[in-house]
Structure formats: structure tokens, C-alpha cells
Ligand binder design. Structure first.
Ligand SMILES: [Zn+2]
Length: 449
């Protein structure tokens, strides 16, 4: 199915109703209230997280993620109970303060929200909390306090232009500030995110690649003289052993002396797959680039922290996998800024790479991304791991387009990547490849030309 097509409305409704019916049939958990009513893949994630919580009722990261699922399904009371419980277990887990404060604010419990934000700031001067406290102070007419919060927010994260915009709105003109449209920050309380993700992914993900559509990373030289013939004259191995794959890769490399490859993983993080993928990369001494969704980053901040800590790069794949082209440029820009701010909050490093969802892009999207000072990144080898269930087929598709300087595309919300990398990584290494992040690839290739 092409990216532009939607499922017929009646099918969307049937799928949604099916999801809801399954939820209603599911037994209630932890005595905190009903299971959150949300579409199906949120339900699977909910099942996975709640099973983890049964194994370890004191897992604060799971309590945090589950609370977000509840809040997005509109069940704020359940979310608040979970986050409060998590705070009694680990009062230093900073993400809880932001989520709890936003939920209390959404319920009109302003004084409680203020107390929660201040308690969080006493632990870590998080720019997110300063920003949200600033919004709250502004809402209740305390403009000086609000301005102070936005200033502190900018001190913590000078790239956070939403705060600069709010300061300007309050009449403070900032020198050297080019504030843009601002980031439409929303507390995690809306169901729209979940329902859109699932329905879009079901119909749209297939459009995320296309034969021959393999633009170079922005800034990469165009004359890398890579063998682009499918197969490079070599025959794919019949049995996908490490040795056979390495021999094939050797032929594809055509004697190139420098062999770099950038592994990229889209659509995560996922609570079960991403940690195993990170283990695999670590075991093979490989660095990769994760193009995450802002909404999923919000649910799994610890996984983003781990990615950054272990030397991986984290790029922006939009807030919730909506096509940037179809959103229109103003909305798409705000969407990317919101995702980038969330990602930077957890990785504590600049997020400068954007991969458009579905690979759906055009000259306007490219220009908008470049104007923000970011790089627009596509891929060379599409593993189709979201579509193919057979590991050998995934491997074959990847191998056919892998040559020095290639950007490889996988998805860390599907298990295929975990079956393929144990063969592919040692094969690449045996063939002399070095695993680099996308930014390193751009830098190194650029310096070669
Ligand atoms: Zn994607």
C-alpha cells in the first residue's frame, strides 16, 4: 500500500472496536482501575509492561511508562496513582515529576502541580520542568515568575526555542534570539497520539521504502563511487552463515580500502526489542543511529539515556509518525521541534538528524529541515524487516545494497532485526567494516572527498 492511502473508514472502525472489545475482556490489573482503553498495539505494550510489573512491582521505569499509557487513554486518575506510587519507591526518578505535574495541571489541581514541579526542580534543574512550570505560572497570571522559569529553561537548554517564544510573548525581547513558531507542548493526556500511530502504521509503513529511492545523507559527497548494481555481480549465499555473508560483502566492496557502514533503527524505542538490540550492538562493539519517535521517547526515557550513554546517536523520526508532507510545513516544523526537544531532554545531546516518517519527503520538507540546521537522512539499504518474517530474506535484501558508505535501515519495533544482526554484524566486521553513526559517516565521507 502506498503512503498516501488510508484504510477505509469502516475498517478503521472495526479495528478500533476490536481493540476496545479485547480490552474490556481483559482482567483488571493491580486494583488501580480498569485497563486503559486504547487501540491494539498499545494494548500489547500494556500487557508487556504489566507482566513486568507483576514480576517486579518496584520497577519505577515500568510504573512511569504504564502511567503514560493510562494518561494517553484519558485515565488520568490511574496514571496519577501509578506515578505517586513510583515516587514513593524512587523519589529521584526525575521523569515522574514532569508527568505527574502535567496530569495534575490537566485536572485543574494547580497548587499540587506547582508543588510537584518544585519538588522535581529541587532534584534536577530539568528544562522541561522549568518550561512546564513557566506555562502554569503564566496561566495563572504570575508573569514575572513565568518569565523567570522560561529564562531558567533557556539557561539549561539554549536551543529550546519554545521557551524563547514564550518569553517574547511576555514582552521580553531576547538579544540574538530568532524564536520560531514554538513547540506545542502537551502533557501526555491525549488518546489522539495512540490511535493515530496504530492506524497510520498499519497502512502506511509499507511506503517507507521504494526500489531505487535511496537518496544520500545530506552533506554526504555524491561521488563515492559505490557499486550500485544490485548484487554487484556477486551471487547471494544460499545458506546465510557469517562466512558466506562476509564473502558476498567482500565482492560487493570491490576492494575498497575504507569500509564504513551506518546502522539505523527507526520507530522505537520498544520496551522489549530495543534493550536486546542495544545488548547485541554492545556485544559486537557496534555503534548505531536510532531514529526515534518523540512520543515513544517520552514513554521510555531510560532507553534514550542508555542509547546516548553507550555512544549511539539519536535522531528525530517525528513526534508520532505522521507524514511531514501531509501535515503541512508549519505543523511539520512544530512536530519535529517538539520531538527534538523531548529527545534532547533525555539524551542530553543535540538532536540534529531527521528521517521523515515513511521516507515521505519533498523539496519543501528538505528545506524546512535544513533551515533548522539539521540534516535530512534517508537510507541506502532497506532491510524490509517490518514486512518480511523470514530472517534469510531480510538478510538477503540488506546484503544486496550494502557496500562501503551505506546507510542500513532496520526497525527496532519488529523482532526481525534481532534475528538478522547476529549474522550481519560479525560478517561486516570480518569484511573490514567499521560501524559508525550517521553523523560520523557524513563527517568522514565529507573529509574524504
Ligand atoms: Zn518509520
Amino acid at each position: 500500500m502506498k503512503p498516501g492511502k488510508m484504510l477505509p473508514w469502516h475498517r478503521q472502525r472495526i479495528l478500533l472496536l476490536l481493540g476496545v472489545a479485547l480490552l474490556v475482556a481483559a482482567p483488571p490489573l493491580f486494583g488501580y482501575g480498569a485497563t486503559p482503553v486504547s487501540p491494539q498495539d498499545a494494548r500489547q505494550e500494556f500487557a508487556l509492561l504489566s507482566a513486568r510489573l507483576r514480576r517486579n512491582p518496584h520497577d519505577v521505569t515500568v510504573l512511569n511508562s504504564l502511567g503514560i499509557l493510562y494518561a494517553r487513554a484519558g485515565q488520568l486518575n490511574d496514571a496519577i496513582v501509578l506515578w505517586n506510587r513510583a515516587l514513593t519507591i524512587n523519589p529521584r526518578y526525575i521523569h515522574l515529576y514532569n508527568n505527574l505535574g502535567s496530569a495534575l495541571k490537566a485536572q485543574g489541581r494547580v497548587e499540587e502541580a506547582v508543588r510537584v514541579y518544585h519538588a522535581g526542580l529541587a532534584i534536577t534543574p530539568s528544562f522541561w520542568i522549568f518550561y512546564n512550570l513557566g506555562l502554569l505560572e503564566k496561566d495563572r497570571g504570575r508573569y514575572r515568575e513565568a518569565a523567570q522559569c522560561f529564562r531558567e529553561c533557556l539557561r539549561q537548554n539554549p536551543r529550546f526555542e519554545a521557551a524563547a517564544q514564550k518569553l517574547e510573548d511576555l514582552g521580553y525581547v531576547l538579544a540574538s534570539q530568532q524564536a520560531g513558531a514554538g513547540i506545542p507542548f502537551k502533557p501526555p493526556t491525549s488518546l489522539e497520539n495512540l490511535s493515530l500511530t496504530i492506524l497510520e502504521r498499519m497502512e502506511g509503513e509499507e511506503g517507507e521504502s521504494g526500489e531505487g529511492a535511496a537518496p544520500r545523507p545530506a552533506g554526504a559527497p555524491s561521488d563515492t563511487r559505490r557499486p550500485w548494481r544490485a548484487g554487484g555481480g556477486a551471487e547471494l549465499p544460499v545458506t546465510m552463515t557469517v562466512e558466506a555473508c562476509a564473502a558476498y560483502l567482500e565482492k560487493m566492496a570491490q576492494g575498497a580500502p575504507t569500509r564504513l557502514v551506518a546502522l539505523t533503527f527507526d520507530d522505537g524505542p520498544h520496551p522489549a526489542i530495543t534493550p536486546r538490540l542495544l545488548d547485541l550492538l554492545q556485544a559486537n562493539g557496534a555503534k548505531g543511529t536510532f531514529f526515534v519517535l518523540g512520543s515513544r521517547a517520552e514513554s521510555y526515557p531510560d532507553l534514550l539515556e542508555r542509547m546516548a550513554r553507550e555512544g549511539h546517536e539519536v535522531g528525530n523520526h517525528s513526534w508520532n509518525h505522521k507524514s511531514l508532507v501531509r501535515q503541512g510545513m508549519a505543523a511539520a516544523r512544530a512536530d519535529l521541534l517538539r520531538a527534538a526537544a523531548t529527545i534532547e531532554a533525555y539524551t542530553n545531546q543535540p538532536c540534529r538528524l531527521v528521517r521523515p516518517p515513511y521516507g515521505h519527503t519533498n523539496a519543501e520538507v528538505r528545506e524546512m529541515i535544513h533551515r533548522l540546521g539539521w540534516a535530512h537522512i534517508m537510507w541506502d539499504a532497506d532491510s524490509r524487516d517490518w514486512q518480511l518474517s523470514d530472517a534469510n530474506q531480510i538478510l538477503a535484501r540488506t546484503l544486496r545494497k550494502t557496500s562501503p558508505g551505506a546507510v542500513l535501515l532496520f526497525h527496532d519495533i519488529h523482532p526481525g532485526v534481532l534475528r538478522v544482526l547476529p549474522v550481519l554484524l560479525p560478517a561486516l566486521r570480518q569484511c573490514g567494516y567499521r560501524f559508525v553513526t550517521v553523523s560520523e559517516l557524513i563527517r568522514l565521507q565529507g573529509s574524504r572527498s
